[in-house]
Design a protein around this ligand. Structure first.
Ligand code: SDX
Length: 439
């Protein structure tokens, strides 16, 4: 299959076809407008590839997720988050020396410039941590902007300092003093130390929490061209700096339909608990189009089968709660909700399965991480994926500044109306979306 034929206005056009390493077929429309004068329209880009990429592969029908060819199940079970970060960014699992050098770099760049602490103070204590995180990540460009440095140094700085910024966001939200990173701890151990240690007494890092955090960060590390990753690529395509592009990803992830869903899932489960635990009522509410209610943590643009990450997290939630001797009624509600939804025609017909956000919040909660911090945790995990995708975009000679087209549906040309001729009726009629004329 080397080309597709398009018939338009009585003329035939041949469009090149490319096939990916996993057999995905793409019709290349890079010169469609030059050839035909027409563009395509694909609201939400559900059918549009924005790039070629060698980083992550998802098969939504089979529930497959691989980072650089390695199945997520194997990486979740055997790898460290540092190894997975290195794999995503530089394309291969690091050998012992490469991993040691990467770890050393990330460890010794974990301090923030002392002046950045002042930025935290200027946020109200009620500020959502994602507002603080996005501002702090963008602010790193004010401190690290030398052109003569090797590009991978800022990648290490960003990974190292985002860990510290995330923990500082939490400490700020509870009015506790910042706890500085330690050089004798791993990335995940340092995060737990900075989050939960207090000056008054020594903090013992729980291996259970450390393992759970490592798993959660790996499962969130990358996911093809999702909304936030596409935002990083879009912003990065203007050749702005790494910190600015990643800050755009943080802002996109914040939305409740994307990374903000994990926070919404917990709030939904609490609402069901506080409403007497009648989860069937909420399944029925989600099926009522007029309710405006969705079962948060369900559904996915790509997965039309189980999200493999949700499957892993469901098992991990049980294990973490057991090991921590925590019984959480919200987990029982989540499992009952899933059971009912997966047997309900509405969900089956729309292939709405639990996604990564459905169980992750249960584990974060068991770890003592507050709901408002859940999306920060998602961002911390997704960071190496965003960086890998930004780097691939930056180094790809085919990359051009992203500038989509549109189909204009507004008013056709008209003359300026003097004030005395303007009546209420002239504007709305003219500005209502005109019927799209289908030829
Ligand atoms: C993430 O893209 C990624 O890879 C994202 C992510 C990543 O790792 O980066 O996987 C992380 O963002 C996971 C998704 C987290 N969001 C949620 O859990 C929010 C709840 N889910 C949705 O709102 C929705 O399912 C989306 C946003 C995830 C997907 O939206 P789509 O693909 O645009 O699907 P849609 O909104 O067009 O829904 C299709 C149908 C509709 O019904 P009909 O109009 O066909 O009758 O399914 C219904 C929707 O009403 N539907 C739901 C539903 N999700 C979709 N109905 C009830 N509850 C839901 N959760």
């Amino acid at each position: 299959m080397t080309h597709a034929t398009l018939n338009l206005n009585g003329k035939s056009y041949e469009l090149p076809v490319l096939v990916g390493t996993e057999g995905e077929v793409g019709i290349d429309i890079s010169d469609l407008r030059a050839k035909t004068g027409a563009i395509t329209l694909d609201n939400g880009y559900a059918n549009t590839g924005s790039c070629t990429s060698a980083i992550t592969f998802i098969d939504g029908e089979q529930g497959i997720l691989r980072y650089r060819g390695y199945p997520i199940e194997e990486l979740a079970e055997k790898a460290s988050f540092e190894e997975v970060s290195y794999l995503l960014i530089w394309g291969h699992l690091p050998n012992a020396q490469e991993l040691a050098e990467f770890r050393h770099r990330v460890t010794y760049h974990s301090l923030l410039h002392e002046a950045m602490k002042k930025l935290f103070e200027d946020f109200p204590i009620t500020a959502h941590p994602m507002a603080v995180l996005s501002a702090m990540v963008a602010s790193l460009s004010a401190y690290y902007n030398r052109e003569d440095e090797e590009p991978d140094l800022n990648i290490a700085r960003l990974i190292a300092k985002t860990n510290t910024i995330a923990a500082f966001c939490y400490k700020k939200s509870i009015g506790q003093p910042f706890v500085y990173p330690r050089n004798d701890l791993s990335y995940t151990q340092n995060f737990l130390h900075m989050m939960f240690a207090v000056p008054a007494e020594p903090y013992k890092i729980s291996p259970v929490l450390d393992r759970a955090l490592n798993l959660l960060l790996i499962l969130h590390a990358d996911h093809e061209q999702n909304c936030s990753t596409s935002s990083v690529r879009m912003v990065g395509s203007s050749r702005t700096n790494l910190f600015a592009a990643i800050s755009a990803g943080v802002c996109a992830l914040w939305g409740p339909l994307h990374g903000g869903a994990n926070q919404e899932v917990l709030q939904m489960l609490k609402a069901i608990r506080d409403d007497g635990g009648d989860y069937r009522k909420y399944v029925n509410l989600a099926k009522d189009k007029n309710s405006g209610f969705r079962l948060m943590g369900f559904g996915h643009r790509v997965y039309k089968n189980f999200d493999p990450r949700a499957r892993i997290l469901k098992k991990a939630a049980d294990a973490v709660l057991q090991e921590m001797k925590v019984a959480d009624p919200l987990l029982d509600i989540a499992k009952n909700l899933e059971e009912v939804a997966l047997h309900d025609e509405f969900f089956i017909e729309r292939k709405l399965y639990p996604n990564v956000d459905f169980y992750s919040g249960i584990i974060y909660r068991a770890m003592g991480i507050p709901t408002e911090m859940f999306t920060v945790m998602f961002a911390l995990g997704r960071l190496p994926g965003w960086i890998a995708q930004w780097r691939e975009m930056k180094d790809d000679p085919k990359t051009r500044i992203n500038r989509p087209r549109q189909i204009y549906t507004g008013a056709t040309t008209r003359s300026y109306l003097p004030m005395e001729q303007r009546t209420a009726s002239t504007e709305p009629a003219m500005l209502q979306e005109r019927e799209l004329v289908l030829v």
